[in-house]
Design a protein around this ligand. Structure first.
Ligand code: 26V
Length: 751
């Protein structure tokens, strides 16, 4: 790549263009310059790792691509010279083909693999509409379609030459790949192949929506078709390429391909692989299984029982008849094998693929994959000792922990350019490809450094405040503490506990029992699944609290609450750069890893959190004394469940906050939302132990609030968090995947 050549091309064509035209122009120039790299990635002959994922949450690409090509600053200047503000590219759509952490992780891993030159190939679905756009009407969430291709999709290339027919129960579709170029830092590239379903109306529906409503059989069949559609396309292509090179002897297949299953959604790939080899390549069932067992690896991303995929067997057969028969056959093989090994009936029942009338996809993955990994230490321990304990006793070597990571290029370089520049000034810019270098910052620990950190944070807060005023119409004080909780809305993440803590603080400010409170802005960003009643109820509750507090002249100079609209990757970039406090408050043992926790720590937010997911590993490195830890440990949770929820209402402010759910303090517009929340806490046993942790949470929150006043010592905590964040680079994670699971460098071509 020749930087100057790209800049020259841009210079000659950028004048007088509007945002969309400029975007297309820039993208076109970049794409053209990298034709060779793309072709090389496609023709690569060594062992490949194929990342199969239903979600790739890439976000807005143009600025990130310019950054990774090392020309963001030059292009900014060049455009400015021509009277164009590069920020107008913010009008361009995000590409949000994912829900949250799992999809963003996939995008970070592609960024890292591209940067490191690891042959990782993303495969997913090119949804016509990505994750819904969120609006609030009177505090209620409304979902609108996300037409992300509105301005075109100039970083993708349609590959009709690689289209494949996919046949499923009751129909077929043409799978047409679109190759999206993922630019790594330094100009190496990876390919993300997103398959689009074409054909009749039924066929097209397959790639229309991310997560269609699965409350009906029709919706569930569609979801199964989606999962099968892209998995089968990826497998079919791999097998075609392989047989073109090596013929029908599949012995070397595992030296050429490894498939990483991003959760169980693409598990149909295993069944499809066996189907292809047995039906079309004349392999025996056991030979096909033996090969499959060498090339599939599974990442588990949740321990929540309701999120573990199970399919009603008759429905599975209807959608994918041939695969249903293979799943049943594998289930019989499993039983025979495990009986021979002396497992008890009870043990076998726990690991069976078929559980009564349901296929259990995680069990299928664990049985067939050579590697099963969790995404943070505590999470891997839980899957080894609880979820998959039987298999772990038989085959402990199958289980691996690979703690998640995030790309520092986007989450520091792009999101927080001033902090990035300051770090570079101190330790050089090696951190861009080696985040461990951040530890060298420790040598620069000094009051002067803390002052500078505070300045940078203050500037970011000002920018965010201006953005929030423009976008949300709410004025927030940039001098106040920015306390941030940003993640999908889910009960286990306990946004409700945050809301209740705010309410108790509000009541205490009102009756002046809490004095000396540092002004705080509580920021929430979250989307609730359209069909998730209680999550939507919590959104409405937070809006009601925000409206009450923000309009109360007695306290609104001390406390404000903002639920930002349409939280997405671009909003996240602004929020992480401006946060003082990072809320990581899931019930211990429920958050597999979390990655927002890493993004916020890297940007110098201090964690207010429980010992859960990767937060534990963050605290291990950054120091408990530099963060605010509270609440039950995972090992205390079972015991805590024995205490009735009402036993936690002794504090009158907490009692009043809970009462506000039913005593008419707030209106849910007759939806029954607030009664539903009340029931969850009081009548249904408070599954996520919000009340058990609330008091200690408020204690920790108020402690952080007091300690914030000492600006120097608080900045020192932030500084230690930044200096300790090196481990959480997705470069480290991807290297671990490669060294411990994929082994892409030991492919046959080198033997
Ligand atoms: C989905 C659902 C849907 C039904 C209700 C319960 C429930 C619970 C969890 C999920 C999430 C499924 C998988 C997922 O997105 N996991 C996330 O993966 C991230 C990347 O590894 C990780 O950082 C998050 O902790 C984890 O929640």
């Amino acid at each position: 790549m020749d930087k100057n050549e790209i800049l020259q091309k841009i210079r000659s064509t950028c004048k007088g263009k509007d945002a969309v035209a400029l975007y297309q122009e820039l993208a076109g120039v970049i794409q053209d310059t990298f034709t060779e790299e793309r072709t090389a990635a496609e023709k690569y002959e060594g062992k490949r790792a194929i990342y199969l994922s239903c979600e790739f949450l890439v976000g807005r690409t143009i600025l990130n691509n310019l950054l990774n090509l090392g020309i963001l600053d030059e292009v900014r200047t060049l455009l400015a010279e021509n009277g164009i503000d590069i920020n107008m590219l913010e009008e361009i759509e995000d590409c949000a083909l994912g829900n949250g952490g799992l999809g963003r992780l996939a995008a970070c891993y592609l960024d890292s693999a591209a940067t490191l030159g690891i042959p990782l190939y993303g495969n997913g679905i090119r949804y016509r509409y990505g994750l819904f756009k969120q609006e609030f009407v009177d505090g209620f969430q409304k979902e609108l379609p996300d037409d992300w291709q509105r301005f075109g999709d100039p970083f993708s290339v349609r590959r009709e030459d690689k289209a494949r027919k996919i046949v499923f129960g009751g129909g077929e579709a043409l799978a047409v790949p679109y190759d999206m170029t993922i630019f790594g830092y330094g100009g190496k590239v990876c390919l993300l192949r997103l398959w689009q379903a074409e054909g009749n109306h039924e066929a097209q529906k397959i790639s229309e929506y991310l997560y269609p409503d699965d409350s009906t059989d029709e919706g569930r069949i569609l979801r199964l078709r989606q999962e099968y559609f892209f998995s089968a396309a990826a497998i079919g292509e791999a097998v075609d390429c392989y047989t073109a090179r090596y013929g029908n002897n599949f012995k070397r297949f595992p030296d050429c391909y490894v498939f990483q299953l991003n959760d169980t959604h693409p598990v149909a790939a295993i069944l499809e692989f066996i189907r292809l080899l047995t039906e079309e390549y004349d392999q025996s069932f056991s030979a096909a299984c033996a090969i499959a067992r060498k090339c599939f690896a599974y990442t588990n991303h949740t321990v929540m029982p309701e999120a573990l995929e199970r399919w009603y067997v008759p429905l599975f057969y209807k959608a994918l008849p041939a695969l249903g028969a293979i799943a049943d056959k594998l289930d019989r093989v499993l039983q025979r094998e495990y009986r021979k090994k002396g497992l008890t009936t009870e043990e076998i029942d726990k690991v069976r693929i078929r559980q009564g009338n349901m296929f259990h996809m995680a069990n299928l993955a664990v049985y067939m994959c050579f590697s099963v990994n969790g995404v943070a230490k505590i999470h891997t321990d839980i899957i080894k000792n609880k979820l998959f304990d039987v298999t772990n006793r038989l085959c402990p070597q199958k289980f691996v922990n690979i703690t998640n990571g995030i790309t520092q290029r986007r989450w520091l370089g792009l999101a927080n350019p001033d902090l990035a520049a300051w770090i570079t000034e101190k330790i050089g810019d090696g951190w861009r490809t080696d985040l461990d270098r951040l530890s060298a910052l420790r040598e620069y620990a000094s009051p002067e450094a803390y002052r500078r950190l505070n300045e940078i944070k203050a500037a970011n807060k000002k920018k965010l405040a201006a953005f929030i005023l423009a976008k949300e119409g709410v004025a927030v004080d940039p001098e106040s503490i920015f306390d941030v909780q940003i993640k999908r809305l889910h009960e286990y993440k306990r946004q409700l506990m945050n809301a209740l803590s705010i309410l108790t603080i509000y009541y205490r400010l009102k009756d002046k029992s809490l004095m000396d409170f540092t002004p705080t802005t509580f920021l929430f960003g979250a989307k609730a699944a359209g069909s998730y009643f209680r999550a939507k109820a919590i959104i409405k509750f937070i809006h009601e609290i925000a409206a009450r507090i923000n309009a109360d002249p007695e306290v609104n100079h001390l406390i404000r609450v903002v639920f930002v609209t349409d939280y997405n990757v671009s909003y996240a970039e602004k929020l992480v750069a401006a946060a003082d406090i990072s809320e990581q408050i899931s019930l211990a043992g429920t958050e597999a890893s979390g990655t927002g926790n890493m993004k916020l720590a890297l940007n110098g937010a201090v964690t207010l959190g429980t010992m859960d997911g990767a937060t534990i590993e963050i605290i291990e490195r950054a120091g408990q004394e530099n963060n605010y830890i509270f609440g039950l440990k995972a090992s205390d949770v079972d015991k805590a469940r024995g205490i009735p929820p009402v036993a936690h209402l002794a504090d009158p402010y907490i009692a009043r906050a809970i009462a506000s759910l039913w005593d008419g303090s707030f209106s849910d517009g007759g939806t029954g939302y607030f009664k539903n929340i009340y029931d969850a806490l009081i009548s249904e046993g408070d599954r996520y132990l919000v009340l058990s942790d609330l008091e200690d949470y408020i204690r920790a929150k108020l402690l952080s609030n007091r300690e914030y006043k000492d600006r120097e010592s608080f900045a020192r905590k932030a500084f230690m968090n930044i200096a300790s964040a090196g481990y959480f680079s997705s470069d480290r994670s991807v290297k671990e995947y490669d060294e411990r699971i994929w082994h892409t460098k030991s492919y046959i071509g080198q033997n």
